[in-house]
Design a protein around this ligand. Sequence first.
Ligand code: B3K
Ligand code: ZN
Length: 875
Amino acid sequence: PQTIYRKDYTPPAYLVDTVELGFDLDPETTIVASRLTMRRNPDSTEAGIELYGQNLKLVALRMNGATLREGDYRISSNVLRISKAPDQVTLEIETLTSPAQNTTLNGLYVSNGNFFTQCEAEGFRCITYFPDRPDVMAKYTVMLRADKQKYPVLLSNGNLVEAGDLPDGRHYAKWEDPFKKPSYLFALVAARLVCQEETFKLMDGRDALLQVWVEDGNLDKTDYAMQSLKNSIRWDEERFGLELDLDRFMIVAVSDFNMGAMENKGLNIFNTKFVLANSRVATDVDYAGIEAVVGHEYFHNWTGNRVTCRDWFQLSLKEGLTVFRDQEFSADMIGTDSGRAVTRIEQVRTLRQAQFPEDAGPMAHPVRPDSFVEINNFYTVTVYEKGAEVVRMYQTLLGRDGFRKGMDLYFKRHDEQAVECDDFRAAMADANGRDLAQFERWYSQAGTPVLTASGKYDARWLTFELTLSQSCPATPGQPDKLPFHIPVAVGLLGADGKDLPLTVGGKQHGGTAVLELTEASQVFRFTGVKEEPTPSILRDFSAPVVLNYPYTDDELLHLFSHDSDPVNRWEAGQRLAMERLLKLTAASAHGSKQELDDTFIEAMRKILVDESLDAAFRENALLLPSETMVAEQMEVVDPQAIHRARQFMRRVIGERLRADLHAQYDANLTPGDYSPDAISAGKRGLKNIALAYLSAAPDEHSDALARRQFDEAGNMTDRVAALVSLIHSESAGAALALEKFYDEFDNEALVIDKWFAMQAAAPGTDVAMVRSLMRHPAFTLKNPNRARSLLFNFANGNPAQFHAPDGSGYAYWAEQVMALDKLNPQVAARLARSMDRWRRYSPALQAQMKTALQKVAGAPKLSNDVTEVITKALS
Ligand code: B3K
Ligand code: ZN
């Protein structure tokens, strides 16, 4: 496979003004006729026309009316070149594809008998020959023709301009998209579907038609997606002054989908997981996911579609920004400061759980990568979530208003253009008169910076000196790093737990000062500090870094009880827990006695029973760092010891806080009709973590409680929580509950996914059990949600079993990566990533992991997707 480099970018030789596409849809053979009007690009020095095409049968090719024969053009390795062409060209291309045979879910494919497309990043070339690159933006007209009985609904981007019947039971629909777009935003749907629809008043008084399309039988699960869409439209108007630019906006749900959803212009296509919800089948987490993803795809309409990426190295230009926007949307929908903080805590957890490990592993790459083999491998937590952190830092540095000014200038300069990350940074800098040159390093340097802090109080001069130093570990291809521009939000707590007033560098701040660290090391002097403070550093997680500060337990306990910044308050608890988890893990590995101190238990108790705090915050504060996070802290990872340590800690908490846990369980019941709002969800979260702790130290009361909750719960959140408790505590009732659950939901695919997922992640589930679950009639590798529910949850969510000392987990992993690769390389490559951190295990485990990696590497006809991941892991 070939590596593509960012530095090799050249503008396209030809631009496309208009695209007319005709589809004669048939699952076996679909005929695609395309008519492109093109012109030579004045900015290019290259001569010929280059079109990409993959798995297509070319039937006809005409240029300005004349048929081209072999020799006039050449096709090699998926590129069709016409070396001699006039300045103005009309190309007519006819190709055939077989959607029913397409198991990759990329390009045009069939799911449940319906047609769908997925074109990002490079799927359009599986539909027709085209200059399939994001800097070629054109206006599209699309004619769809299909059997009317089988495919009554024909959708594409933009507006429906014509529809009618054809002979032989077929019908047609013609769609026109009024906006220029890159080919990756093209979409069509031809299907038997039904919709919920509504007209919605936009800011300028126009009416927009909103539709959510689903399979018959799912209409009772579309309300929340519709509500989220309306909230998203309103929010983007209010927060950023951005209005829907179309008369019609559609969301279509499909059950076979590689990712969460896709922002095709006016025709978003969604994984059913992020559309369908009612209280019977969806959990609070599912509801939150729907709100976030509906928002995310909708926000792409401006950040991604109206202003798009020049090339795929700039992916974070749209993804980091749009994740930041959906994060802010979700936070604003809760509305309270404490609710906002809980969303922030969840973001920090995602970063530590997934992004920091990626940044420290063989696939580490900058937010704006310099090279790739397969672009689909770069839809990563780094590009998305770290990218969002980078955008958030602009807001932290410039303030909300400054950030808005930057956004306004960005759209003013670049509407309907394909641009680079640098253009976004320039807009932020120029709109605020700020020099953000050094900030560029957040885009170009991979790795998680380490921020080391130390403090010195001088009681005579009433000063507190905070020394901040930064470094960044080497990453593949980047041995040395230069200092980043890091916003470090700091507060100082007095002995009473209150924020001290801050004066630093002669400037007064409220309770929090945003320090800007730009050198390798800097000293910040706070003056007028009347008592020795406890510093609260990196408030609200103001930068995606690892913070080292030599906190004592007492200081952490002080912050855990009092920090006015909820994120750092939570963080103090995580630090207390992590220290102990690491000690317990070491003790467990050496077979010595495990002990947990009263101080820690009492700190947990205090938070648990503090009813002045939101339930959601308390739930988060009680949630221990995951086994993966503990593993990241260890020199040599011992998955079984980590698991035992964490289980021990959970059990001790369950035992010691039993009465309080029962009391909080009772105090946080949510009787009455289910509502997914943050307050209710927070109560359920606290109640269910109480149940989880009680079940970690099971007695007959906790078992009865879990069984009763399972039987009587009126919503899926509580059902799942109860079932997980029964399974994890190896209750005698677990098997029957699982069976009941299956029977009750056997025709709800998304619930059956949960059924597989819960079992895959259960500590008692070993490789043999996963293999037997794969033989269950409801299991299939072809459906990505189902494959993820079992395989991914086992490989990533059940480390103690996956890393079984006999290597059986790795052998299983290798088999499944190879099997999946034959069907769907994108999904296979994701599973391949589960072995990223293999060098951090004991030599014995490493050897087995290496064998498994080499096995995959040696498999015949491996996709580029998997090859890239495996090669990087082994290198
Ligand atoms: N932009 C799409 C992701 C496409 C994935 C291509 N492999 C979803 C999103 O980020 O909104
Ligand atoms: Zn996105």
